[in-house]
Design a binder for this molecule. Structure first.
Ligand SMILES: Nc1nc2c(ncn2[C@@H]2O[C@H](COP(=O)(O)OP(=O)(O)OP(=O)(O)O)[C@@H](O)[C@H]2O)c(=O)[nH]1
Length: 404
C-alpha cells in the first residue's frame, strides 16, 4: 500500500524488498535512493540490526511500525531515523506520502545553520542533512551573511541568538533587507529563558522560534512546516503569475516585470510580439486539443530562445510577447529571426501519429517612450508582417538594405 501510494501519487520510482539481504543488494546496485521506509519485522534481522544497517548505509530512514509502545518509539527515535510512523492508523499513508515528498523536495533546498557552539551547530546540521537538505554552516553572523550571498539555493536559515560580533537578531534584521519572507524562512534558536526573546526574533523578521534543547520531533515538525509554507507561497505565486497552459509568465506578470525592466535597462531593450499564423485554421482542422498542443510547442520554443535575463510571456490566445534586454537594431531582428526559423522547422507531434507544421509572424520594436508605446509599435509591425504574407519578422533587414 505504501509503495503504491508513494509511487503513484508522487510519480517516484519505488523498490520493494522483503528482507535485509534484498535491501543490501538493492542499495549496492545504485546510490539513487534518497529514502528508506522500513518495518522492524524482517525474516533475517532483529529490529536493532535493521536500524543499524540503514544508519550505516547513510540513507534517510523512516520506520513504519505496528509497535505502539512509547518506550520503543523513543528508543527508535534516539537513533538516526527521520521519523517513526505507526502502521494502520488513520491518515498514516497520507502522512508517509507527504514525508516522502518533503524529503524529495528538501534535496533542492540549501539550509544554513548559524551557531558559534560547534556541538549545537553539528547537531542541527546533522539533523538537516538527515532530512535531505544541502547544509551550510557558519559560526558567526558575518560568516552567515557571506555564505548566504554566495549560495542562492539557501532558503532556510536556523540561527542562534548569542553569536560573536553581530547577534542573531541583528543578523536577521540585515538579512530581511535583501531576503523576503517568501524566499527565505528563518528559525531563531536560543537556550535563554528570557520570554521576550521569542517576540524579539519574530519582530526582527524570523518566521519561527525553537527553544534549546529541542526534541528531534519538534525540530523536524518546525523545519518541515516552514519549508512547506515556502513551497505553498511559491505555488500561489506561480498560479498568479504563470499561464496555466504553457507555464510561461502571464500577461499581468509581463507588465509588472516589463515595467521594471524598462526602467532599469539603459543599454537597449527589444520587444517582440509573436502570433501563430492561421491558428484558427489549425483549431478548425485538427481540433481544439491539437491547438493547445501547438500553443504549448510554440511556447516551449519561445522559452528555449529566452536567456535568464529575458522576459517571455503568453500574452493571450495564440499570441506571445517577449522582452530582451541588451539587444538593439539588427541584433534584435536576428534574434527573433532565429526563433521564427526554428518554429518553421519543427513538426509538432499530436500523439496520434499525426503532426502539425506551423509558422509565426513577429513584430519587433527597440525604441519607445514607455513600455506600452514599444508594445504598440511591435504590435503594429506584427500586423505588417501578417499583411506582408506572414512567417516573417518585421521590420525586415533585407528590405531596408534594398531601399538604401
Ligand atoms: N486551442 C486553442 N485555441 C485558442 C486559444 N486561445 C485562442 N484560441 C483560438 O485562436 C484563434 C485565433 O484566431 P485569429 O486571431 O483569428 O487568427 P487567424 O486569423 O487564424 O490567424 P492570423 O490571421 O494569421 O493571425 C481563435 O479561433 C481562438 O478561438 C487556446 O488557448 N487554445
Amino acid at each position: 500500500m505504501v509503495a503504491t501510494a508513494v509511487g503513484e501519487r508522487l510519480d517516484l520510482p519505488v523498490t520493494v524488498v522483503a528482507s535485509l539481504a534484498e535491501a543490501r543488494e538493492a542499495l549496492a546496485e545504485t546510490d539513487r535512493y534518497f529514502l528508506v521506509l522500513t518495518g522492524l519485522v524482517l525474516a533475517d534481522a532483529e529490529p536493532g540490526a535493521i536500524l543499524d544497517f540503514f544508519a550505516a548505509a547513510g540513507v534517510p530512514t523512516v520506520v513504519v511500525s505496528g509497535n505502539y509502545d512509547q518506550a520503543t518509539r523513543e528508543e527508535i527515535l534516539a537513533r538516526p531515523v527521520v521519523d517513526c510512523v505507526l502502521k494502520n492508523t488513520p491518515g498514516n499513508i497520507d502522512y508517509l506520502v507527504w514525508l516522502a515528498q518533503r524529503l524529495d523536495r528538501n534535496r533542492r533546498i540549501g539550509a544554513l545553520v548559524v551557531d558559534d557552539s560547534p556541538s549545537a551547530r553539528k547537531l542541527a546540521a546533522s539533523l538537516l542533512r538527515m532530512y535531505g537538505f544541502r547544509v551550510v554552516e557558519a559560526g558567526t553572523g558575518e560568516e552567515a551573511l557571506r555564505a548566504i550571498a554566495a549560495d542562492t539555493s539557501v532558503r532556510l536559515l536556523i540561527s542562534d541568538y548569542e553569536l560573536p560580533g553581530i547577534d542573531g537578531l541583528e543578523l536577521i534584521r540585515r538579512l530581511r533587507a535583501t531576503h523576503a519572507r517568501d524566499r527565505l524562512s528563518i528559525i531563531g534558536i536560543s537556550g535563554s529563558g528570557s520570554p521576550s526573546l521569542l517576540a524579539q526574533f519574530l519582530k526582527h523578521g524570523a518566521n519561527d522560534f525553537l527553544h534549546k534543547p529541542y526534541s528531534r520531533e519538534e525540530f523536524f515538525c518546525r523545519v518541515s512546516q516552514n519549508v512547506d509554507n515556502l513551497d505553498l507561497i511559491g505555488t500561489l505565486q506561480d498560479l498568479a503569475t504563470r499561464d496555466f497552459l504553457t507555464g510561461l509568465p502571464n500577461r499581468r506578470h509581463f507588465f509588472d516585470r516589463g515595467m521594471q525592466m524598462f526602467e532599469a535597462e539603459r543599454c537597449g531593450l527589444a520587444a517582440g510580439m509573436i502570433d501563430i499564423d492561421h491558428f484558427k485554421h489549425i483549431n478548425d482542422s485538427y481540433g481544439h486539443d491539437a491547438g493547445d498542443v501547438a500553443i504549448k510547442a510554440v511556447a516551449d520554443r519561445v522559452a528555449r530562445h529566452a536567456r535568464v535575463q529575458d522576459l517571455p510571456s503568453r500574452f493571450g490566445g495564440e499570441e506571445f510577447a517577449v522582452l530582451v534586454p541588451g539587444l538593439s537594431g539588427d541584433a534584435a531582428r536576428a534574434h527573433f529571426e532565429r526563433l521564427r526559423a526554428d518554429v518553421e522547422a519543427m513538426a509538432i507531434p499530436l500523439g496520434d501519429g499525426r503532426s502539425i507544421r506551423l509558422t509565426i509572424s513577429i513584430g519587433v520594436c527597440t525604441t519607445g517612450g514607455d513600455l506600452s508605446a514599444m508594445l504598440a509599435e511591435a504590435d503594429r509591425r506584427l500586423y505588417l508582417a501578417k499583411a506582408g504574407g506572414r512567417n516573417r519578422v518585421e521590420p525586415r533587414a533585407g528590405v531596408l538594405t534594398a531601399v538604401a
